[in-house]
Design a binder for this molecule. Structure first.
Ligand SMILES: [Zn+2]
Length: 479
């Protein structure tokens, strides 16, 4: 070879090495840049349609105002399930199904709490889900107020036995403070308490008690456990601090009945090329037995339903199947999420992603991406994050472009544990926990514009993940 020929061959080799990694990503069709480019037009069409959509709001209005709250085991939940399936059929979704799920059945019954001395005053209270009731005559007892588990332990059995423990715990974020709701009853019962009351797990209160599920430890006496408002918890703290003997009367007619049959609701936009590959999108159709379950999780339910309708209306049939799943019994059992995992069996390996909206329907800011796969290389994980970030960028017109690491949802956690990448819609989260699990979680707290933005975000993310040529992650290598 002559010198100039060597130069040309050398240059060609250099060029090949320079282009090869990009070419490999191009071959899978999934370079973040190419995904962003090739889906910008479709994303803009979805956003335009979503921001004019009325259907999601109409569905939310029906669910909230005409059906109402829907706790597991209630007739309203079963009505909501029937209604959602029939709406899906009307909207043209395919393979609409309601596979049965056995769920817990807890019924609150009549309940009240009252200070008897040194003043007489009714407390703003809500029994906690799964709590046992009191005897028919109620429980009357002296109050002992603690600000955390350490203070409780410090009192010991002598300070607690036979008394009603009040946890006046300052809110430090839901994830951190909710442990008092989960395990407060059993911790107090171990020291001989007759009942327990919990300052509601919330940053803000207008005398609003917040319910939610509690858990009893095995082998520990089950004592009644109820939430009270922040104001009432602080009042009890002040009265006892002033050295007063504070006495309370607690009556709860709560009962746990044998499990009953509910159902998940499933409907599909079937993929044109790989119909057996699935991107799941959804929220939970059950709620607590107060308010309307508008933010938790009516918004997630109607947005997932309407996202499928939007794709059908726009003629955007994706390569893979977009499957809407409305899980039952998220609030007190998570049976719907577990049943869905069982229901799909081996199909889980063809689940390419699962997206849940269950952080309320406030103004969306983007998504969190959670990946739990030990076999992934850092490069694969980084590539997946870059891809989802590129899809997120398509949501810049509605200011919902931010993608962060870590996310998912309770109902998709059984899928994520087995390696399915999970995404959760993230919002500004300004007021969600002010309303969460209260009488105040009603549709008037939902801004229609925010709901439309959530619809845009969920539809774009679901569509691109289901339609892009390559997979978000390489297939799992089985151990
Ligand atoms: Zn929820």
């Amino acid at each position: 070879m002559k010198n100039y020929e060597k130069l040309i061959v050398g240059a060609l080799i250099c060029l090949l090495f320079f282009l090869w990694p990009a070419a490999a990503e191009e071959a899978s069709g999934n370079s973040p840049a190419s995904v962003a480019d090739s889906y910008r037009d479709a994303a803009n069409r979805i956003i335009e349609a979503a921001m004019m959509d009325r259907g999601a709001w109409e569905k939310l209005e029906y669910l909230c105002d005409r059906i109402g709250h829907r706790l597991s085991g209630s007739p309203q939940l079963e009505r909501a399930i029937e209604w959602a399936a029939s709406e899906m059929r009307k909207d043209g979704l395919q393979n609409v199904k309601t596979p049965p799920v056995q769920v817990e059945r807890w019924v609150r019954g009549d309940e009240s709490a009252e200070i008897l001395s040194p003043i007489r005053k009714k407390l703003h209270m809500l029994g906690l889900g799964r709590s046992v009731g009191t005897p028919a005559e109620g429980i009357r007892g002296e109050v002992v107020v603690v600000r955390n588990f350490d203070e409780l332990a410090g009192l010991g059995r002598d300070g607690v036995a036979g008394k009603i423990v009040v946890y006046n715990v300052v809110y430090e974020g839901y994830g951190k403070t909710v442990k008092y709701r989960s395990s407060g009853a059993s911790k107090a019962a171990k020291l001989g308490a007759s009942a327990a009351l919990l300052r509601s797990v919330t940053p803000v209160s207008l005398q609003t008690p917040h319910t939610g599920a509690t858990r009893y430890s095995e082998g520990v006496e089950r004592i009644p456990f109820a939430a009270i408002s922040i104001e009432d918890a602080k009042l009890l703290q002040r009265l006892t601090h002033a050295g007063k003997r504070v006495e309370i009367q607690l009556n709860m007619d709560a009962h746990t009945f044998p499990p009953t049959t509910s159902a998940n609701v499933i409907g599909e936009v079937v993929g044109w090329e790989k119909p057996d590959e699935v991107v799941v999108i959804g929220g939970h159709i059950d709620s607590w037995d107060v308010g309307q379950g508008a933010h938790d999780d009516g918004g997630g339910v109607v947005v997932a339903m309407q996202a499928a309708k939007l794709l059908l209306d726009l003629g955007l049939k994706p390569r893979r199947t977009v499957r809407v799943v409305l899980w039952t019994n998220e609030e007190n059992g998570l049976a719907g999420g577990r049943a869905y995992r069982e229901w799909i069996g081996d199909e889980i390996v063809r689940h390419k992603a699962a997206i849940e909206m269950d952080s309320g329907a406030e103004k969306p800011v983007g998504f969190g991406l959670g990946i739990r796969r030990d076999d992934l290389t850092q490069h694969d994980a980084d590539q997946a994050f870059a891809l989802v970030s590129a899809i997120g960028d398509l949501l810049s017109p509605v200011e919902a472009a931010e993608v962060v690491k870590g996310g998912g949802g309770a109902d998709i956690s059984p899928l994520m544990r087995e390696g399915v990448p999970g995404l959760g819609l993230r919002t500004v989260g300004k007021h969600y926990f002010d309303w969460h699990h209260t009488e105040a979680d009603t549709i008037d707290k939902v801004n229609p514009e925010d709901l439309r933005t959530a619809l845009a975000a969920m539809t774009v993310m679901a569509y691109v993940l289901a339609d892009m040529p390559g997979d978000l992650l390489p297939p799992a290598t089985l151990p």
